[in-house]
Design a protein around this ligand. Structure first.
Ligand SMILES: C[S@@+](CC[C@H](N)C(=O)[O-])C[C@H]1O[C@@H](n2cnc3c(N)ncnc32)[C@H](O)[C@@H]1O
Length: 260
């Protein structure tokens, strides 16, 4: 990298962070012992009632959600991630628990290049625990939404999550400060768009995440072939165990249907 070019978050940085040992241990532990959150289980039961449905899980990580879907009786599952180290963990978990899930390596923004996706028409897709929001730049998140739509049937259901920017008064105050920094060009130089965060937590590792507002996601769905069905904060769906709250903060679930 030329010395005068400031470091910017891009897909290679995000992928390297997910392949990092700290992140791999964190997500592998969750895949083995945490399973689905109560809220995820309720929404999956509600929006994917057919166990024979052909489902695609994007950003499956170490297999937490795909494994749980298999254990709930879903039998036609494809799952992918772009972080090889997490995929290796998912693979060994699926083998250990005898789960016949088609696992493959792919980038959600480049699904059309993936031979496994040729001629596929899924009944539904999931991009759980903020994976979509870990794609830097809005145009790339839209590309991923479009590419997932392209391999789904009309009427297919999409379930994903985001983090709200304003879920508490303290956060609202922080984002007001951040807006001032952006207006003055004083934001963290690695960030690409207002709403981006890049942070490090003990036990989780480095995380890039874009925190959108509602209007942004509604517009992105509309622009990429999805019709908004419902969105809801996790706490309004279920109260989660301490273990789940320790693993993940409050989030907003989004449900959309592929437009005809
Ligand atoms: C927060 S983790 C969640 C992992 C898993 N779904 C879970 O709930 O435990 C987000 C996942 O999205 C994946 N991801 C992010 N951007 C991606 C992309 N462009 N293509 C494929 N996977 C991606 C990451 O590698 C990571 O495994």
């Amino acid at each position: 990298m030329p010395a005068n070019k400031p470091f910017k978050i891009n897909r290679a940085v995000v992928r390297a962070d997910f392949n990092d040992l700290t992140a791999v241990v964190h997500y592998t532990r969750a895949a083995h012992s945490l399973g689905l959150w109560a809220s995820e289980r309720i929404l999956i039961d509600r929006y994917f009632p057919d166990k024979g449905a052909h489902l695609l899980e994007a950003g499956c990580g170490a297999g937490r959600v795909a494994m749980a879907l298999w254990e709930l009786g879903y039998r036609r599952l494809h799952a992918f991630d772009f972080a090889e180290e997490l995929l290796a963990q998912a693979q060994s978990l699926f083998i250990e628990r005898k789960a016949d899930i088609t696992l493959f390596h792919a980038d959600a923004t480049r699904l059309s290049l993936c031979h496994v996706m040729r001629d596929k028409a899924f009944d539904g897709a999931l991009f759980m625990f903020n994976g979509l929001m870990q794609i830097p730049l809005r145009r790339n998140r839209r590309r991923a939404l479009r590419q997932i739509a392209a391999v789904c049937k009309p009427g297919a259901t999409l379930l994903f999550t985001t983090h709200d920017r304003n879920s508490s008064a303290a956060e609202q105050a922080l984002w007001r400060l951040e807006a001032r920094r952006w207006a003055q060009g004083k934001q963290h130089p690695a960030l690409r768009e207002f709403g981006d965060r890049y942070f490090e937590e003990e036990g989780t590792g480095r995380t890039f995440m874009h925190l959108p507002d509602r209007a942004e996601i509604c517009a992105d769905l509309k622009a990429t072939g999805w019709a908004h069905v419902h969105d809801v904060l996790r706490r309004a769906v279920a109260s989660e165990s301490a273990a789940v709250r320790d693993f993940s903060d409050e989030c907003r679930f989004w449900i959309a249907r592929k437009a005809d």
